[in-house]
Design a protein around this ligand. Structure first.
Ligand SMILES: [Zn+2]
Length: 380
């Protein structure tokens, strides 16, 4: 069994090596007033640093376990554990997402350079700066005039659900969820765009199909502070109505499971679905990264749901949790909002009303703004 694994791993390593075009790029790293000139690998346009190079910078060493596909780097007095072919790494029990998988080539483990040092800056609470060819670590960058507290805007990725060939839930009158949620998302974006506290990124601003994993990938690539996916619920029971806010966790109950199953069905419209049946999802999500953000995501869901309850005519259901694939892998607090049931006549009428859509957008804005203020207070 082990031998078979080893042969398979060797084959994968070989294929990985053949598939990638590697070029070198000189980068200077200035760390604690010492300067290191390194040749970094560029693969498909992204910079990678080897764990050998990291070991030099962090005055440490690396240990590879091929059978476990793991490598441990002891550097900067910490243990960093990388998994070959995986974007996840851990440091002292905390999981982090490198966004791109670590690659293994020529006996070297190559780690995405920019995301590694982004994570490094979080772990060591250090200001890390990267210009086109120089990376500054602490000790040097602090010499610059940067004495004012940083006032960077909070970055939110707003994800209008579905789009293109995926209409989402459809009412018996033919209203498409994808159209309603895009309209609400654009209104929310408009409310936030003029506010200097916020930077807004939309996953789609038109009627476009987007795979579920691409939506969180956008949020991760942008190092967003928040991810919010906007939806309308649907049910065979036309009496079912009301707004509901979810965060990612194995399903709380059958109703939550049904909402997740409906939203996850978009996966089956993708060209290379990551699953062959929707039953697989709870299993895949068992090891999810959102665990790290569970407390914050549930708090964000509560704040938004309170706003819905206070400001909107929809009955307020409750905050719940379920395995929504679109929230999987988000490396930040993330929620999925079911604004109301498009399959209920009263809810549908409200959802189609421009003024109500504006109120929904305003409630979302209030909820996330409260979250931002709380978040900043807690991180002080
Ligand atoms: Zn949906």
């Amino acid at each position: 069994m082990h031998l078979k694994n080893l042969l398979l791993l060797q084959l994968l390593l070989f294929l990985g090596f053949c598939a990638s075009q590697v070029a070198a790029k000189p980068v200077t790293i200035i760390s604690h007033s010492q300067s290191h000139n390194l040749e970094l690998a560029t693969i498909e346009g992204y910079l990678y640093i080897s764990t050998d190079q990291l070991a030099i910078l962090g005055e440490g060493q690396r240990v590879t376990s091929y059978l476990k596909r793991k490598e441990t780097l002891k550097a900067w007095n910490r243990s960093f554990v990388f998994t070959i072919f995986s974007p996840y790494m851990s440091c002292e029990g905390q999981n982090y997402n490198l966004i791109l998988p670590a690659k293994y080539q020529n006996n070297q483990l190559l780690v995405p350079f920019e995301s590694f040092f982004h994570i490094y800056s979080i772990i060591f609470d250090e200001d890390v700066r990267f210009t086109s060819d120089t990376l500054y670590l602490k000790g040097f960058s602090n010499r610059s005039s940067n004495t004012e507290p940083e006032q960077r805007p909070f970055k939110i990725v707003i994800d209008p659900g579905h789009g293109g060939k995926d209409p989402g839930a459809i009412s018996k009158n033919g209203t498409h969820e994808k159209t309603v949620v895009l309209s609400i998302a654009l209104k929310l974006s408009e409310l936030l765009e003029t506010n200097p506290n916020w930077e807004v990124i939309l996953t789609r601003s038109e009627d476009l199909f987007l795979p579920l994993s691409r939506r969180t990938q956008i949020a991760n690539e942008q190092h967003a502070d928040l991810f919010i996916s906007i939806h309308c619920n649907g049910s065979k029971n036309q009496e079912a109505r009301g707004s509901e806010c979810f965060y990612l966790s194995p399903a709380e109950n059958d109703q939550a499971r049904a909402a997740a199953a409906l939203e996850n069905a978009s996966l089956l419209l993708e060209e290379n679905p990551p699953i062959s049946s929707l039953d697989e999802i709870e299993f895949i999500l068992a090891d999810m990264l959102q665990n790290e953000y569970l407390r914050e995501s549930s708090r964000l869901a509560v704040l938004i749901q309170n706003e819905f309850k206070n400001n909107l005519a929809f009955p307020s259901r409750k905050v719940s949790y379920a395995p929504f694939y679109v929230l999987n892998g988000a490396f930040m607090p993330a929620v999925l909002v079911e604004t109301a049931f498009i399959t209920n006549d009263e809810d549908e009428d409200l959802l189609l009303n421009e003024e109500v859509q504006k109120d929904i957008a305003l409630s979302l804005k209030n909820g996330i703004e409260e979250f931002r203020v709380e978040f900043l207070e807690n991180s002080r």
